[in-house]
Write a protein that binds this ligand. Structure first.
Ligand SMILES: [Zn+2]
Length: 266
């Protein structure tokens, strides 16, 4: 994916340097496109800011003053998401969910519940491809279609996205910027999809805990969801406030297309 960097760096800088509010004017590449979804994009861009996802959590927990850690759950909604939401509600904790479009179509009520219960909702593509392997219009459609599906289920379009596998480049950044989406990666991976064991996942996540870290997890695995009560209890005991990813920005908005956190995602 790095092969694109020298070629596209200038275009990306100009896109990502634009604040979210002016992202509407950044997208010009579709002037030659006949894609109908792209043609309807301005509506999506115009409403991208309506989510209020950015910064809302920061109002509740001030991560400049207290020790925060962000827990993020990808690939849902799924069969275990409801149980996770019960756990989070009981612990009075808000997290981030990066939803896959096809899964939202299958479980719209769970997507609605995630949003209604105050969690942060992000776009995790329509069917979870390696985005950098796709043509520009296809990347855009993966994100745009998911914006619409999430909007239909929850009433709001997300302001953040996470590329599947953390697979991103300047073209992905440009598509995200056109849709008013900033990119949320991670800097601590639970590797729950490999571990598939409650104790091992708990140990891994607790071991990864550092102030302001963004931890990658998946609510599609039952072991992850089962591990959550213990993980939350231990993190609380260690003085952590569990927050959605953008709460770590301390109220600052992340320009569309830009990546947070920087510095790798292992
Ligand atoms: Zn994923």
């Amino acid at each position: 994916m790095r092969r694109w960097i020298p070629v596209l760096v200038l275009a990306t800088v100009s896109l990502t340097a634009a604040p979210v509010a002016s992202a509407d004017t950044a997208g010009t590449r579709h002037t030659s496109s006949t894609n109908t979804e792209a043609a309807s994009a301005p509506a999506g861009r115009a409403t991208a800011g309506e989510t209020g996802a950015r910064g809302t959590a920061a109002k509740k927990v001030n991560c400049a003053k207290v020790k925060c850690i962000a827990l993020t759950f990808d690939d849902g909604p799924g069969a275990y998401t409801g149980k996770l939401l019960d756990t989070l509600r009981k612990a009075k904790v808000k997290v981030s969910f990066f939803l896959v479009g096809t899964r939202v179509e299958r479980y719209p009520a769970l997507a609605r519940r995630i949003a209604r219960e105050g969690h942060e909702v992000g776009n995790h593509s329509y069917d979870h491809p390696y985005l950098t392997s796709l043509l520009d219009d296809h990347i855009y459609d993966e994100l745009s279609r998911t914006q619409d599906v999430i909007r239909e289920a929850t009433g709001k379009r997300p302001g953040i996205m996470r590329p599947p596998y953390g697979d991103t480049d300047e073209r992905v950044a440009a598509a995200a910027a056109e849709l008013g989406l900033s990119q949320i990666l991670w800097n601590g991976s639970s590797r729950d999809w490999e571990l598939r064991d409650v104790k091992a996942i708990t140990k891994k996540v607790v071991g990864l805990a550092r102030r302001d870290r963004v931890i990658l997890m998946h609510d599609v695995w039952p072991e992850t969801v089962k591990a959550m009560p213990g993980i939350l209890k231990t993190l609380k005991k260690k003085g952590y406030h569990v927050v959605p990813a953008t709460a770590l920005l301390r109220g600052k908005s992340l320009p569309a297309g830009e990546i947070f956190p920087l510095g790798g995602w292992r």
